[in-house]
Design a protein around this ligand. Structure first.
Ligand code: G6P
Ligand code: MG
Length: 218
């Protein structure tokens, strides 16, 4: 039986994936490194350092330079999320959070971002979640299962009692490695490894989803 839901944040409950992209684009432009939306695709859901490494490719930088660039990108990102408000919740998010709460399902956020708490506060959903696992919670980033295992533990649940909502391939991989149910949001090319693929949260009903998941497990 599924007793808990773990939501990735960026690209699932809100479109901060776009802000991450814009912040990386600014950094890449300043460094004269070619980068665009298409090049950003593999960065989706990937940790800050791993994202920078993908942008830098085989260009060589010292550790202090790497640190400085990560901080600079974060500075741009933090600026972009200052104005986040409940209006920035993606369609269907509040309805699903409320339905889950009504159904007695535990809710956690499982985001690799060190800024997750700030975003959750800005979105006004802090009182709708039971736990937050963020970029400070574990060492190994997704696709390692650690962050989702940490979130399940916070909820007092076993992995197989949890379903993860993710928009990133690395996140689906992490959730599967954790032994959890997965709902991928977005194109199958990106999230096709999940148990169920949906375009987004709009119109998603917990009752229907539960039925679908139990079909998959047969
Ligand atoms: C999430 C986002 C990634 C981001 C990572 C680290 O996984 O999807 O785009 O790189 O968090 O976020 P941070 O805010 O700590 O740099
Ligand atoms: Mg995401």
């Amino acid at each position: 039986d599924i007793r808990g839901v773990i939501f990735d944040l960026d690209g699932v409950l809100t479109d901060t994936a776009e802000y991450h992209y814009l912040a990386w684009q600014q950094l890449a432009d300043e460094e004269g490194i070619p980068f665009n939306r298409q090049a950003n695709e593999p960065l989706r859901g990937v940790s800050r350092r791993a994202s920078l490494m993908l942008i830098l490719g085989d260009r060589q930088y010292s550790e202090p330079e790497i640190q400085e660039m990560m901080e600079r990108k974060n500075h741009y990102y933090v600026e972009l999320i200052q104005t986040i408000s409940p209006k920035d919740l993606l369609p269907g998010a509040i309805a699903l959070l409320d339905e889950l709460r009504q159904a007695g399902i535990k809710i956690a956020i499982g985001s690799a971002s060190k800024n997750a708490r700030m975003v959750v506060e800005g979105l006004g959903i802090a009182d709708k979640v039971d736990a937050i696992a963020d970029g400070y919670s574990v060492e190994r980033p997704k696709p390692a299962p650690d962050l989702f295992l940490y979130a399940a533990n916070q909820l007092g649940l076993e992995p197989q009692q949890c379903v993860v909502f993710e928009d990133a391939a690395a996140g689906i991989e992490a959730a599967l490695a954790a032994g959890m149910w997965t709902v991928g949001l977005g194109p199958p090319e990106r999230v096709g490894a999940s148990h169920i693929v949906l375009p987004n949260l709009a119109g998603v009903k917990w009752a229907e989803l539960q039925a679908k998941l139990s079909d998959v497990s047969k």
